[in-house]
Design a protein around this ligand. Structure first.
Ligand code: NAP
Length: 308
């Protein structure tokens, strides 16, 4: 089968850390170009400064992976879809729910694949956790996602601007797992968001979610964690406690514990290839909806200015 000819748009941290290595080991794709605003390039691969010049070059291309900050992702995806290209969207898939709906409609009208790459859903413990929870009664849950923003997002100004998501940039990964493994849909009941005085996006957030049986899920997101970093989901069920830790890589059940290898992005690209080959799309907005609800219903609290 011919490889899917793919270009990466936005050759920053995640493109280099994860997309390039995943593409190197996946025979379903050939990386044929990059387009990045900072002029970055990959040795031996044609490079463009923006998507307009890439598309105008009329090179043979089937798909793009959009790895830019989220504020511009919708516009870039629209340009690619309008050229009949398949699109992989880094998370979060769009800057707003209406933009995500707009992209789904456009993909449907062009017949192209659109895929929201919720990478954390491909962490090793997530699929077995989902299977184990499928027939359990959920009594309650907690999500603690606490990390040091200076370590993980040094100098990333976009993340602090409106539409950059702030602490929800990592937090939406936790929500992407929770909405995938919990058997019932979640609703946001209450939220509190802490905004540094000099920033447009929150540095911390506490959410109260509930499922339709009334089981509560407490979410604690914080970017001021020094030392040990915490990415843990605990779910109390009628059959005991399930814990997903290390961002979903480690699963602990009442009777066993398993530690998986880091294979999120290879699995993400395998899924993208499958969708393209089958002529299907997948863009789940549930995690994005909970974040939108938190911004809409949450109380904003001023906190001290943040400097990198
Ligand atoms: P980043 O390091 O700032 O990289 C973004 C890249 O996109 C930069 O090279 C930037 O160039 C380029 N860019 C910006 N606007 C562009 C445009 N209109 N056309 C083409 N290129 C453009 O950010 P990142 O950390 O890789 O994050 C990007 C996305 O990946 C975010 O949505 C994030 O949530 C997601 N993600 C990140 C991580 C992570 O560990 N960093 C993990 C998983 C997912 P300039 O610098 O010149 O603007």
């Amino acid at each position: 089968m011919e490889p899917i000819r793919l270009a990466i748009v936005g050759l920053g941290k995640i493109a280099r850390d994860q997309h390039l290595p995943a593409l190197m080991v996946n025979g379903d794709f050939a990386l044929v170009a990059t387009a990045s605003a900072d002029g970055a390039s990959v040795v031996g691969v044609p490079a463009f400064d923006n998507i307009e010049t890439l598309l105008a070059s009329e090179m043979d291309l089937d798909a793009v992976a959009i790895c830019t900050p989220p504020q511009i992702r919708g516009e870039l995806a629209r340009a690619a879809l309008s050229h009949g290209l398949h699109v992989l969207l880094e998370k979060p898939p769009a800057a707003s729910l209406s933009e995500a709906a707009w992209l789904v409609d456009l993909a449907r009208s062009t017949g192209a694949t659109i895929f929201a790459g919720w990478h954390s859903r491909f962490a090793a413990g997530v699929a077995p956790a989902r299977a184990w929870l499928a027939n359990r009664r959920i009594l309650g849950a907690s999500i603690v996602w606490r990390e040091d923003v200076r370590t993980w997002h040094p100098g990333q100004d976009w993340i602090w601007r409106a539409g950059g998501f702030g602490v929800f940039d990592p937090g939406i990964n936790a929500l992407s797992i929770a909405t995938h493994i919990l058997p019932l849909p979640l609703v946001l009941i209450d939220a509190e968001l802490e905004f540094p005085a000099n920033r447009e996006a929150p540095i911390a957030a506490r959410l109260s979610l509930q499922d339709s049986t009334g089981a509560g899920i407490a979410v604690d997101l914080d970017w001021r964690q020094i030392g040990l970093q915490t990415w843990v989901i605990r779910i109390d069920t009628d059959a005991g406690l399930l814990e997903l830790s290390e961002g979903g890589a480690k699963l602990t059940l009442p009777s066993e514990s398993r530690q998986g290898k880091d294979g999120e992005y290879p699995a993400l690209y395998a899924r993208f290839a499958e969708l393209v080959r089958n002529g299907e799309s997948e863009l789940d907005t549930d995690p994005l909806r909970l974040v939108a609800d938190a911004f809409q219903r949450g109380r904003a609290i001023d906190t001290e200015p943040f400097f990198d």
